[in-house]
Design a protein around this ligand. Structure first.
Ligand SMILES: O=C(O)CCC(=O)C(=O)O
Ligand SMILES: [Fe+2]
Length: 325
């Protein structure tokens, strides 16, 4: 990740109401009839146009959302020396502090001891059981939700849901990142989190209702997303873009300072296991209309070999440069 992010940027003039998807509309049994369900059509359009949508009626209790935000804020407001104790040589599982943002990263949830390890470093002795329990519960609920969204996305691709879920997504894992954006020294319009595409399949983003998230459209214009309480923002990442043979977008997004003090967000990344070979199924490849767009690669190859999933060089994203045919 680049360390200096202070470049002035153009102020976007566009505001975006993300497409609203009511996940409670989807039946638990996925049959062929689902493909023509109006909510499925809406979701398909959202994934094609934006690679982003807003989930309503997502089923995660509002009090759990509030609790996880409370413990995340408590973590981010610990003294600098305490936060720095969680810094480690493996940034994927520790605390990272950059000039304009900071992140606590937890790996392989909900099953790893990643949360306990960081908690023990921040709160020496006993750790913080309420923090661990709350983050554990939220990650578990959000991972179940991501699996459900993934199944519906398979339906939007006109694929047999159970077959493809079992063969490709059943072993997906979750990483969690608690992001803090302290306001000190930042001016309105300044980039707080650089433009990037997420690397996994899906990201579920829980914000703290402060503006700042911006998404780049197909035409390269920036759109500012208005927060809506009790909802979750979901986006497609590069792994799913590649697996869908480019049918779905993995849009670049960033966070821009809007004059707040201390914005924060919690991102759950639903990702393939490291050794998973990412290869679009033959059903999504059509030699004439939609030829194969990516060579096969493993998730760990992608995350280890690309240094920054940020720059678009000669209109090519990191995914295109890494695996494009
Ligand atoms: O804080 C946000 O709204 C966005 C965070 C994000 O894009 C990320 O963690 O990948
Ligand atoms: Fe992101």
């Amino acid at each position: 990740m680049p360390s200096s992010l202070k470049s002035p940027i153009e102020i976007p003039v566009n505001e975006l109401d993300l497409p609203l998807i009511d996940i409670s509309e989807f039946p638990l049994e996925f049959g062929d009839h689902l493909q023509n369900h109006p909510e499925v059509t809406k979701l398909r359009d959202a994934c094609r146009e934006w690679g982003f949508f807003r989930l309503v009626n997502h089923g995660i209790p509002v009090d759990l959302l509030q609790k996880v935000q409370t413990v995340a804020k408590e973590l981010l407001s610990m003294p600098t020396e305490a936060r720095d104790r969680a810094t480690d040589s493996c940034p994927a599982e520790s605390y990272v502090r950059k000039p304009t943002y900071e992140s606590f990263c937890f790996l392989d949830l909900p099953n790893s001891d990643s949360v306990q390890k960081i908690s023990a470093r921040i709160w020496p002795g006993q750790g913080n059981s309420i923090f661990c329990e709350t983050v554990g519960k939220y990650s578990s609920s959000a991972t179940d939700l991501a699996s459900k969204i993934m199944k519906v996305i398979l339906a939007t691709l006109n694929l047999d849901v159970e077959t493809f879920y079992r063969s490709d997504f059943e072993n997906c894992k979750a990483y969690l990142r608690i992001n803090g954006y302290p306001s000190d020294g930042k001016s309105i319009g300044e980039e707080a989190l650089f433009s990037h595409a997420d690397v996994g399949c899906l990201t579920i983003l829980l914000g703290d209702e402060k503006e700042g998230l911006e998404i780049r459209s197909k035409e390269g214009k920036w759109f500012s997303v208005k927060p809506v309480s009790d909802t979750l923002v979901v986006n497609v990442g590069d792994s799913l873009k590649a697996w869908s043979n480019g049918r779905y977008r993995s849009s670049h997004h960033r966070v821009v300072c809007k004059g707040w003090t201390d914005r924060m967000s919690i991102a759950l990344f639903y990702v393939f296991p490291n050794d998973k070979k990412i290869w679009a199924p033959a059903e999504l490849v059509d030699e004439e209309i939609n030829p194969r767009r990516y060579k096969s690669f493993t998730f760990s190859d992608f995350t280890h070999k690309i240094r920054h999933n940020t720059e678009v060089i000669d209109k090519l994203t990191a995914l295109e440069r890494f695996a494009g045919i």
